[in-house]
Design a protein around this ligand. Structure first.
Ligand SMILES: Nc1ncnc2c1ncn2[C@@H]1O[C@H](COP(=O)(O)OP(=O)(O)O)[C@@H](O)[C@H]1O
Ligand SMILES: [Mg+2]
Length: 228
């Protein structure tokens, strides 16, 4: 096949097929994901909705390469290998509970992403400061998370997720701990920054209005991912 006629899959930043995942507790086996397929192209934004316990976080962990599939496969930029070093550059993550390091300032939390994959010098410090400016927290750069509001903490987490210019951003209910207005602001920021930087976005959310703002809407139900 020539490059000109290459399939969509060749451009997929993220592709998974036949993904199965179960958890065993005691005698019982819980089949969380049955046969999940997803393909996300460069620059695309996709939302995933689903009831609580439907396996959204489990799926996102697999899509982040943080857990292994029981069956099927996940590919990142065409490759089935994603070691820690590549993961740190390839993708960024945002979680419901922010997961900032309490002892570190906002700036150092953002820089932590860079520290995980290499040296931190002048260039990285300048970029982290610029990202904090971009998310409206220039004045808060030296504050520790305890001195920040929920919305501010999540904006630090967004800056951290984008620090290494990832191709892919995975967000797991990023507004789940925020009030409605603050949540809307965080989503606006997330969508805008991803669009500006051509970052591919997979957004897990309970909020139908937030889901509706992505290019494609998917729903996870009974272990399978389908069109909304
Ligand atoms: N590490 C684990 N061990 C056992 N069960 C798990 C584990 N992680 C998730 N589960 C179970 O898998 C199901 C899906 O969980 P999760 O992916 O967190 O759902 P969601 O994010 O959609 O709320 C739930 O029933 C949950 O209890
Ligand atoms: Mg979850």
């Amino acid at each position: 096949m020539s490059a000109a006629t290459s399939s969509a899959s060749a451009n997929a930043v993220l592709a998974a097929r036949g993904v199965a995942k179960s958890f065993v507790s005691g005698e019982r086996k819980l089949q969380v994901l049955q046969d999940v397929a997803i393909e996300v192209l460069a620059g695309e934004s996709v939302s995933i909705r689903g009831e609580s316990g439907s396996g959204k976080s489990t799926l996102l962990h697999l899509l982040a390469g943080l857990d292994t599939v029981d069956g099927g496969e996940v590919r990142w930029g065409g490759s089935a290998k994603l070691d820690a070093a590549r993961r740190g550059r390839f993708l960024g993550m945002v979680f419901q509970s922010f997961y900032l390091i309490p002892e570190l300032t906002a700036l150092d939390n953002v820089l932590m992403a860079a520290r995980m994959v290499g040296r931190v010098g002048k260039t990285e410090r300048a970029r982290a400061a610029e990202l904090l400016l971009r998310v409206g927290l220039a004045e808060r750069a030296q504050h520790v998370p305890a001195k920040l509001s929920g919305g501010e903490r999540q904006r630090v987490a967004v800056a951290r997720a984008l620090m290494n210019r990832p191709e892919l951003l995975l967000a797991d209910e990023p507004t789940g701990n925020l009030d409605e207005r603050t949540g809307d602001e965080v989503i606006n920021l997330l969508l805008q920054l991803c669009r500006e930087t051509q970052t591919t976005l997979v957004l897990v959310t309970h909020n139908p209005a937030h889901a509706a703002r992505t290019d494609r809407q998917l729903v996870l139900h009974e272990g399978r991912l389908g069109e909304a």
